[in-house]
Design a protein around this ligand. Structure first.
Ligand SMILES: Cc1cc2nc3c(=O)[nH]c(=O)nc-3n(C[C@H](O)[C@H](O)[C@H](O)COP(=O)(O)O)c2cc1C
Length: 386
């Protein structure tokens, strides 16, 4: 496995500065982030690893700080029979479930992963680039994962703790074997479902990573239906979602057909949207070693808003989790109004730290009040009746 984080240890003073900055978005962006970059030879992936490592190591201090995240009255909703605060981590942020306990002190739900069966290194580094002006991230990670057995240990430890945030794990069977690739991918999906079902609250099937071209084989109506029915068979009482890539207007019908099949097979809904594949020329990094990259962050906002409202119109009873550059309370609120049930993020927290979550939640509470709603449940009910 590639791990470089040991080369960038922090002094005690730097750790304290970092922990303080995590809860102050302005301080994080202006001072803490640059400090972490200096320590990590300007490697954004290493910065992320360092941050996650520090979070995992400081769980009890973070738990104390989490009492300041108390702006949640009116934000709880019911999803698949469970009370959830609908602000979560997006897949990729905690790929292997190393920081679930710490993150659950702040986020209302977690989407660790994407977890695959066999450990993989993914592509060679550097494979992540940040654009601080555009507030976007580009990645060509290629599904690095410590694998199923490693994640299983992490989720068992999480369940033994008192942490309550629901976990909807992102999973994928990979169609990369030389023969019967799709059958092997479906067998791996089954293994993941069977091994993890008793520990999680739901699954997100991610067949839309833009950096693994073999996944295209899975993006057919038949496989969408088959995957959903496997999920229903092995996780009958859990939330069952599929992750979607951003689609252009001309691709809308094809995307809706895939979702229809997923729902027919027994799925509950979608996570929209994954990163958008862009050519190498658009990546703001010198000597980018890959022909393309998945772009996340602010750039995804129009894709996110359009897909949420179109999917809500086509599938009124589906569960919709929205992601893609949600940076403030107004944007979050508009996404709920467009039809989302839950929101999640990765890139915005990389630029501003976890303190951003508090701003987003406060912003949503203020907008609910302004529009005369007592809580988010009321907004969802009004939306349903409209
Ligand atoms: C570095 C990086 C790694 C990611 N890894 C995954 C992944 O393993 N599985 C997945 O479903 N999405 C992955 N994503 C996509 C995010 O979950 C999310 O859908 C996307 O980045 C848009 O949200 P954001 O703008 O809040 O980051 C990754 C994103 C980034 C930036």
């Amino acid at each position: 496995m590639q791990t470089n984080s040991s080369s960038a240890e922090l002094t005690i003073g730097e750790r304290v500065a970092m922990l303080r900055g995590m809860f102050n978005p302005g301080l994080f962006k202006s001072a803490v982030r640059p400090m972490l970059y200096r320590k990590s030879n300007d490697d954004p992936e290493l910065v992320h690893e360092l941050t996650m490592k520090l979070m995992a190591q400081n769980e009890s201090s973070l738990k104390m700080v989490s009492i300041f995240f108390g702006h949640r009255r009116g934000l709880r909703i019911n999803i698949n029979g469970k009370d959830v605060i609908p602000f979560g981590t997006a897949a990729g942020l905690d790929k292997n479930g190393d920081a679930m306990k710490s993150l659950s002190n702040f986020f209302g739900f977690l989407e660790p992963g994407t977890v695959v069966v066999n450990p993989r290194e993914g592509n060679k580094r550097p494979r992540v680039a940040f654009d601080p002006d555009g507030l976007d991230v580009y990645n060509a990670q290629g599904f690095p994962s410590k694998g199923l057995e490693y994640f299983k240990e992490r989720i068992i430890a999480y369940r033994r703790s008192n942490c309550k945030a629901p976990v909807y794990v992102s999973i994928c069977g990979l169609p990369i074997s030389e023969q019967n690739a799709v059958d092997v991918a479906m067998d791996e999906l089954t293994t993941l479902l069977k091994s993890l079902n008793q520990y999680v609250d739901g699954f997100v099937w991610n067949c839309f990573s833009p950096n693994t071209s073999a996944l295209k084989m899975l993006r057919t109506p038949e496989i969408f239906e088959q995957s959903a029915s496997l999920m229903k068979q092995h996780a009958p009482d859990k939330l069952r979602l599929v992750k979607l890539g951003p689609y252009e207007e001309a691709e809308k019908d094809a995307s809706m057909s895939l979702i229809r099949k997923f729902m027919d097979g027994g799925g509950h809904g979608v996570v929209t949207t994954n990163t958008k594949m862009v050519p190498k020329e658009q990546v703001p990094a010198q000597d980018w070693g890959y022909p393309s990259a998945g772009r996340s962050g602010k750039f995804l906002k129009p894709y996110r808003l359009r897909s949420v409202s179109e999917i809500r119109a086509a599938f009124p009873d589906s569960v919709i989790v929205a992601t893609g550059g949600i940076y403030d309370g107004d944007d979050a609120y508009e996404t709920f109004k467009a039809g989302a049930d839950m929101l999640e993020g990765y890139t915005p927290y990389g630029f501003y730290g976890i303190g951003l979550l508090r701003n987003i939640e406060k912003g949503v509470v203020a907008r609910l009040k302004q529009d005369g709603y007592r809580n988010l449940t009321e907004l969802r009910e009004k939306r349903r009746m409209a």
